[in-house]
Design a protein around this ligand. Structure first.
Ligand SMILES: [Zn+2]
Length: 180
């Protein structure tokens, strides 16, 4: 919970952070600036032959999003790098979401519609988990970043990021209207 300007905000740390990361990734992609950060220990993710082939045939396009996916013996794949600026990522969970995103590519009507779900998956997996205890500076950073990105009220998947109450609404809630 935080006071932002004159309002009381109840903020979901996961969805708000996800929105911040998504906005940054989206700007990076639009300006063709998606540097990749190598993962120190690439984790192999076991897939079926069809899933592995599906992901690897798209590896050149994924690389343009800062995402380095490589074969890892048999039908496993490993994520060797992700865009700069994301938090700790669970490779197995990310790969499952990427498979869903890439499966939809054939139906996507534009490049933007291909890219957005992948960036949303990256933002979701790179964002701080709900329930993780943040330090005070981390909380301040997150709220400042979220405000700077324009207080967008949903994550890229449409889930709410915050609940806002103005001073007027608070006054009404507490029956303070007309009082000073
Ligand atoms: Zn989301």
């Amino acid at each position: 919970m935080a006071q932002v300007g004159e309002e009381l905000h109840v903020i979901d740390q996961h969805t708000a952070h996800e929105r911040v990361l998504f906005q940054r990734l989206w700007r990076g992609w639009q300006s063709r600036d998606m540097p990749s950060q190598p993962l120190l220990i690439p984790v192999p993710v076991e897939l079926s032959a069809a899933q592995s082939a599906l992901l690897l045939t798209r590896s050149n396009e994924l690389e343009k999003l800062g995402l380095l996916v490589e074969p890892f013996g048999g039908t496993a794949v490993a994520i060797r790098g992700v865009p700069v600026g994301l938090g700790k990522i669970d490779a197995a969970l990310l790969v499952q979401d990427l498979l869903d995103d890439v499966t939809e590519w054939d139906r996507a009507s534009s490049l933007e519609r291909r890219v957005q779900p992948v960036l949303a998956s990256l933002a979701c997996h790179g964002a701080v988990r709900a329930g993780r205890v943040l330090t005070h500076p981390e909380i301040q950073r997150l709220i400042l970043d979220w405000v700077e990105e324009g207080l967008i009220m949903t994550c890229p998947h449409g889930r709410r990021t915050a609940f806002r109450l103005s001073t007027d609404e608070l006054a009404k809630l507490f029956g303070r209207v007309g009082w000073t």
